[in-house]
Design a protein around this ligand. Structure first.
Ligand SMILES: [Zn+2]
Ligand SMILES: [Zn+2]
Ligand SMILES: [Zn+2]
Length: 239
């Protein structure tokens, strides 16, 4: 299977509207964007999304307009779900998979959409098209949120989703020994925000759970484009 990061930005995106900071100016000059959080998984002709950002229309066009067979949601913040309505008049709304609490929040937000809901129990794996997924509870104060573990061919990818670094032992254990990790790193190391990790905290977390490789995502315009470990939209991995 192949996983592509379709968006590495925070809820605001980079460039930020109306901002003339060095990072936003550099992004504009280089034609680079950090769109909001969506991951695309391709497996034997099937396509699965993790989160459906407000940039989903553009992200699907850039990815070659795949037909989406299933959607997983990590939590119900705007930047992770709002794009689900982009399926309107494009294709049948794909079935949704999320931890029960997340599914309830998403269903409330999309009360006007009729779609199949498959609520899941955190830490209990489920399978889609031969890929094993497991939701694990993370710590994103103010919103119930889960990270995702993806397993295929004896390899493991971990996605923290939005979280700070105060995680339960069970979740830390689930993230241990990933082959590849994508870790929330909202701010540069000078700024600490309780709802997310910053760049330094994300690197320290990687050092704790020891993935073979890791990439930082969900970054604000506050993090320069060329810092080490910074992931870019369109980056993909295969396991
Ligand atoms: Zn977010
Ligand atoms: Zn800026
Ligand atoms: Zn969030």
């Amino acid at each position: 299977m192949k996983l592509t990061v379709l968006g590495t930005g925070d809820t605001v995106g980079t460039p930020k509207i109306g901002c003339d900071c060095e990072v936003c100016k550099a992004a504009l000059a280089r034609g680079l964007e950090r769109l909001r959080s969506t991951y695309l998984i391709e497996v034997e002709g099937h396509h699965i999304l993790i989160d459906t950002s407000p940039d989903l229309r553009k992200q699907l066009l850039l990815a070659g307009s795949p037909k989406i067979d299933a959607v997983l949601w990590t939590h119900a913040h705007y930047d992770h779900i709002a794009g689900y309505n982009e399926f309107y008049r494009i294709q049948k709304y794909p079935p949704g998979y999320a931890a029960k609490g997340v599914m309830d929040d998403v269903a409330k937000y999309f009360h006007f959409v009729d779609f199949k809901k498959y609520p899941q129990t955190p830490y209990v794996p489920f399978e889609l098209f031969g890929i094993k997924f497991t939701f694990v509870e993370v710590n994103h104060p103010g919103m119930y949120t889960c990270g995702v573990i993806i397993e295929n061919n004896g390899k493991k990818i971990g996605i923290t989703s939005d979280t700070n670094d105060v995680l339960s032992d069970r979740t830390v254990a689930a993230f241990e020994n990933c082959d590849i990790m994508f870790i929330d790193a909202l701010m540069n190391p000078t700024i600490h925000i309780g709802k997310h990790m910053n760049y330094a905290e994300a690197i320290a977390f990687a050092d704790r759970v020891k993935p073979k490789e890791f990439h930082l995502v969900h970054m604000s315009h506050n993090i320069p484009l060329d810092w080490k470990y910074v992931c870019h939209d369109g980056f993909s991995v295969e396991i």
